[in-house]
Design a protein around this ligand. Structure first.
Ligand SMILES: Cc1cc2nc3c(=O)[nH]c(=O)nc-3n(C[C@H](O)[C@H](O)[C@H](O)COP(=O)(O)OP(=O)(O)OC[C@H]3O[C@@H](n4cnc5c(N)ncnc54)[C@H](O)[C@@H]3O)c2cc1C
Length: 367
């Protein structure tokens, strides 16, 4: 049986980016995915343009739309932030994920589809991965298998209080309606308790949905949101999903295994966005694994990077989650245009420091 330097379980954005970064560094990599690609994924598909800087290549071929204006909604009030350049891409996940997998493959990773990992066996010098079809051996393992991660079960527990529940609808609207929405994103603050509602335009339909921390009855909440925001009746497909946000996991690495993306609960705790942070965690994982292969401790290498590079922004974003307790006040602040630049660029630490008068944005004891 061939031994790989690294096996990555799961070919979402976090897994395929990890495989890409690892293969680019010359490591032998196997990427295992339970589905056949391209496969659909429940997601609103809003991605900051900065993702291309992280990846080092463009994702243009997966882009459905470019957002240049964000309209915040509170009850019957609206405030629109307009930008001279696009600030967000909207993508369909089947195409984005397939693109990232093709990049990983081109960089030298071996990709096996239809291979669900079902069991792991960690030895002193290796990890064995058992799938429904075979057995694979590696020095290190990356768990990129999403919210229901099997790898995460070997690493540590998740805090159910930090899991966001969502319902999303893909909605086909008349052409004129879609045209009017082009280039814009709509976000209703406080559409649901401890969360928000969104309407994002795609090339031939809209993605609309709601999500909230610990939210119950998501389908009913979605129906209420759509009734209030869209002309009906409309043709749509509704999907429901839940995933952990940053702060839900105390461990992302144990022994020879580490977690990236939703498996490691790296999604932004303020917005719920997990594509950018998932890819970022994949980059940090690749750097840490490379270091570990030259005999340094994997746990130390990964924890140091996560706490040093990602955690400050994510803790600050978590603290800013306070906005959900005061949606009306938040809307008024947005109406004044405050934080217009930082917010969509994802520089939450700056906002938090500003709000706390420079007293420091986070402490690691909050974790
Ligand atoms: C309704 C909704 C809207 C969202 N909107 C946005 C948004 O607008 N922007 C944003 O950035 N984020 C958004 N997110 C979050 C985002 O979808 C996730 O954070 C992101 O998908 C995480 O990527 P990942 O690669 O870690 O996991 P996933 O995308 O879940 O990928 C995991 C992969 O692992 C595979 N897998 C699972 N188990 C196994 C196994 N045992 N063996 C092999 N393969 C396995 C799966 O098939 C899948 O391909 C949204 C989420 C939801 C639910």
């Amino acid at each position: 049986m061939r031994e790989y330097d690294v096996i990555v379980v799961g070919a979402g954005p976090s897994g395929s980016a990890s495989a890409y970064f690892l293969a680019r560094e010359g490591l032998s990599v196997l990427l295992l995915e339970k589905e056949r690609l391209p496969r659909p994924k429940v997601c609103a598909g809003a991605v900051p343009l900065a993702v291309e800087g992280l990846l080092g290549f463009g994702v243009g071929e997966a882009v459905e739309g470019k957002v240049q204006a964000v309209t915040w909604i509170w009850r019957s009030d609206r405030a629109t932030w307009r930008y001279p350049e696009p600030v967000l891409y909207t993508v369909m996940r089947d195409r984005l994920d397939a693109l990232l997998v093709s990049k990983a493959r081109a960089a030298g990773a071996q990709v096996l589809e239809g291979e669900r990992a079902v069991r792991l066996d960690e030895g002193r010098n290796e990890v064995l991965v058992f799938t429904e079809r075979g057995r694979y051996r590696c020095k290190f393992l990356v768990g990129a298998d999403g919210a229901g991660s099997i790898v995460a079960r070997y690493v540590g527990d998740v805090d159910p209080r930090r899991v966001v529940s969502t319902a999303e609808a893909e909605i086909w609207m008349p052409y004129e309606f879609l045209k009017a929405c082009r280039g814009r994103a709509f976000v209703e603050i406080g559409a649901v308790p401890r969360g928000y509602g969104w309407v994002f335009p795609k090339a031939d339909h809209l993605s609309a949905g709601i999500g909230g921390l610990g939210l119950r009855g998501v389908r009913k909440h979605l129906e209420g949101f759509l009734r209030s925001r869209l002309p009906g009746p409309v043709r749509m497909e509704v999907r429901i999903w839940a995933y952990p946000l940053w702060g839900a996991r105390r461990r992302w690495v144990r022994g020879r295994m580490l977690l990236v993306g939703d498996a490691g609960a790296f999604a932004n705790p303020l917005t719920g966005a997990g594509i950018y942070t998932g890819i970022w965690s994949g980059l940090l994982a690749a750097e840490s694994l490379k270091e570990a292969l030259s005999r340094r401790d994997l746990e130390d290498a990964y924890i140091r990077r996560v706490l040093g590079k990602m955690a400050p922004e994510l803790y600050a974003a978590r603290n800013l989650g306070l906005v959900y307790a005061f949606p009306g006040l938040t809307f008024r602040v947005f109406q004044l245009g405050l934080f217009r630049r930082n917010f969509l660029r994802g520089s939450y630490l700056g906002i938090w420091r500003h709000l706390t008068l420079g007293l420091g944005g986070y402490t690691s004891t909050q974790f």
